[in-house]
Write a protein that binds this ligand. Structure first.
Ligand SMILES: [Zn+2]
Length: 501
């Protein structure tokens, strides 16, 4: 179902808080490249100052900023704001159609649902919703299926929920109230808790140990050693690829992350491969490797179509072909990397991180060995972390997971099914790949915990999200709601108070 797949392509810019993930590998690579670029822009010590300097907000007619929220006087002012932002958002979603639709046929119904949910928000999170009213719903006609909340600028989240019409159609129509309110509550959570703010993100995004079926929001997330290790791990993985379970073998490859390094490799290949038959062999190997990779919604693994043996074989063929293409040749890593990151060679040289990688590259006798050394350097860090962290019990709490948890609690507080959004995710998963839904049910039926997916995907896999919703629904009896609310609300509530001072 081609149209559905497009929901996954919505790579939101960093300021769009979309609800449906994960992203396909190439989009993750794109996102990671952005992160890599940031990492190379300035030596680490200085990066922080840069983040602190906040862009000045553009004045918006009929809107005011309060405590990090951009609050609109009425729906008309929110619509006018969205119209101004629409071209940029359209581009970031890769949408063909993105028409802000005033008085859309679904408008009144969806707004009424949001107003109902708002009662639950007020009841459960009085501190966070203080001074806020039910957010206006803005309908947008688009072929993309999603709903989202948008930052106004780096530090201000617009208090409005944007719903793309295809979402309602793909969910099965406007009669799917439960499922659709599931995603709406998730969006309202993004707005209320200001998930687009870097401060909040840092407060929420934590690694934890999953013990005995403990859910993310119940787990202890205050282990600073674990946070430090995993930050180092993610930094290294951004350049050399994640390799916890299915090895990257020796060289950067598509699909296995290695985000910017792979693109650098591609760029070097394109300059080296002219007039080389060996590199034609390499291109064929690349294609068959690509054919084996398939994006799955079940987990953010790609290799559903291929057995590990097939994969290993294709991977080895690719490495052999790339090696024969590159062996004995040396390309300028600095030039390729600068071109890929759109930075000057001088800027790269000024970065201690880059000179570290460049000297690793230079220690190889040719490009193959050089790039292998770069990957090895990063992997050394990763392997150290892997040796001391139990990845099979590792959890990563993110703003997306938080929004899911809030959605569950708000529904429960209103006497609605806590796993409302989980039900929508199940429909979406089946729309994208029919076989994923039963595969997920099988995993859940056996009492297993599904894989969370790539650590770069803050949404986590569809199947993991469905699991999370169902587990909450199982445990969430009304008398336990009061015990759960502080666990979900605490992090940001503290933060909101601190910011208000
Ligand atoms: Zn979201």
């Amino acid at each position: 179902m081609k149209k559905t797949l497009s929901i996954l392509l919505l790579l939101s810019s960093q300021i769009t808080l979309a609800s449906i993930g994960p992203l396909p590998p190439q989009e993750v690579a794109k996102k990671n490249l952005e992160a890599a670029r940031k990492r190379f822009e300035a030596p680490r010590g200085r990066t922080r100052n840069k983040e602190v300097s906040v862009q000045a907000s553009q004045p918006v007619p009929g809107a005011f900023v309060k405590n990090g929220h951009l609050i609109f006087d009425d729906r008309a002012s929110a619509t006018a704001w969205l119209r101004l932002r629409a071209p940029e958002i359209k581009k970031s979603f890769g949408a063909v159609n993105f028409t802000v639709a005033d008085n859309h046929a679904y408008q009144t119904t969806v707004q009424a649902w949001v107003d109902e949910l708002w009662v639950g928000f007020k009841k459960l999170f009085p501190a966070q919703t203080e001074g806020l009213e039910s957010p206006p719903v803005l309908m947008v006609e688009s072929e993309i299926s999603n709903a989202f909340v948008e930052n106004h600028d780096r530090s201000t989240v617009a208090h409005a929920v944007i719903v793309l019409t295809a979402l309602i159609d793909e969910a099965g129509g406007i009669e799917k109230k439960t499922e659709l309110t599931g995603i709406l509550a998730h969006e309202i959570a993004h707005a209320v808790f200001k998930h687009g703010s870097q401060d909040v993100k840092e407060k929420i995004e934590k690694f934890y140990v999953r013990e005995g079926g403990t859910l993310g929001f119940e787990s202890k997330k205050d282990d600073p050693k674990l946070q430090g290790k995993m930050r180092r791990y993610l930094d290294a993985a951004r350049s050399s690829g994640e390799l916890t379970d299915r090895g990257l073998l020796n060289l950067p490859s598509p699909g296995y992350a290695s985000p910017y390094l792979y693109r650098v490799w591609n760029r070097m290949r394109s300059t080296l491969s002219e007039n080389s038959n060996a590199c034609n062999v390499e291109k064929a190997a690349m294609k068959s490797w690509g054919d084996l990779l398939q994006f799955s919604t079940l987990e953010f693994g790609y290799l559903v179509k291929a057995s590990p043996e097939q994969l290993r074989g294709a991977s080895q063929d690719l490495i052999d072909a790339e090696t024969s293409c590159f062996r004995g040749r040396r390309a300028s890593l600095k030039r390729a990397m600068a071109a890929e990151l759109k930075l000057s060679e001088e800027q790269l040289e000024a970065s201690p991180e880059f000179s570290r990688l460049l000297s690793a590259y230079s220690s190889g006798k040719d490009s193959v060995e050089g790039l292998t050394r770069v990957v090895e350097l990063e992997r050394k860090t990763m392997l150290e972390v892997e040796a001391s962290v139990d990845f099979s019990h590792l959890g990563y709490y993110t703003t997306e997971q938080h929004a899911d948890d809030v959605s569950a609690l708000v529904h429960a507080s209103l006497g609605q099914p806590a796993d409302a959004f989980g039900r929508l995710l199940k429909i979406m998963m089946a729309n994208i790949r029919a076989e994923d839904a039963p595969a997920c049910e099988a995993i859940l039926g056996e009492g297993q915990t599904p894989a969370m997916g790539s650590l770069f995907v803050v949404h986590h896999s569809y199947c993991y999200r469905i699991y999370n919703f169902r587990e909450i629904a199982k445990r969430l009896t009304v008398d336990r709601l009061d015990a759960f609310v502080p666990l979900v609300g605490l992090d940001v509530r503290t933060n909101v108070e601190a910011r208000a001072r």
